[in-house]
Design a binder for this molecule. Sequence first.
Ligand code: CA
Length: 225
Amino acid sequence: MRILLVEDEQGFAEALCSSLKAEHYIVDHAADGEEGLDYALSDVYDAIILDIMLPKMSGLEILKELRRQDIHVPVLMLTAKSEINDKVTGLDLGADDYLTKPFHREELFARLRALTRRQSTDSETPTEVAFGDIYMRQGGNELYCRTKGTSIALNGKEYQLMEYLLRNGGQIISREQIIEKIWGYDTDAEYNNVEVYISFLRKKLSFIKAETQIQTVRKLGYKLV
Ligand code: CA
């Protein structure tokens, strides 16, 4: 899951980024409104956490522009207690949820799970992504084989890549899409990186004796079969 955090309070943003990463989210951070809108318009995010009071452009303006351009990524607005009117405006403009600062991390994670769950329709149960005989649970780091009852821990990038493959079911995903999704735009990651992680995942699939495999589709990319 790729999350965009638009928040100008440096310390708060850093703390939030690291707890989101610990929950296996891929996080991009924008520190002002213009940068936030730029990132958001790329439309690669599964959810956006959007502060309202931001330098250069407010969270409400960003939200308005996203919806105007038909980008319907779930948006969770962060509001201060004093911004209660902004909250109402935000919901009117198409925010999906809001949290009033200060809040507990657990509360944020729960809201994020609810938002991204509404988006995904392909998982067998709301908190699982599955394909063939394998599945993963949101918030965990294990890959399970349903029929063999086996499991194995995945590290950060492995987890993100496997989740991406699972979310796309049997569809082909190109190497470009994987780099964009897992490593982001500003990256030196190359096709080699993708191949290395694909090979890690294949070893782990064979370790848990899964029937499901990652197939290389020549010149196109990868898919689960
Ligand atoms: Ca702010």
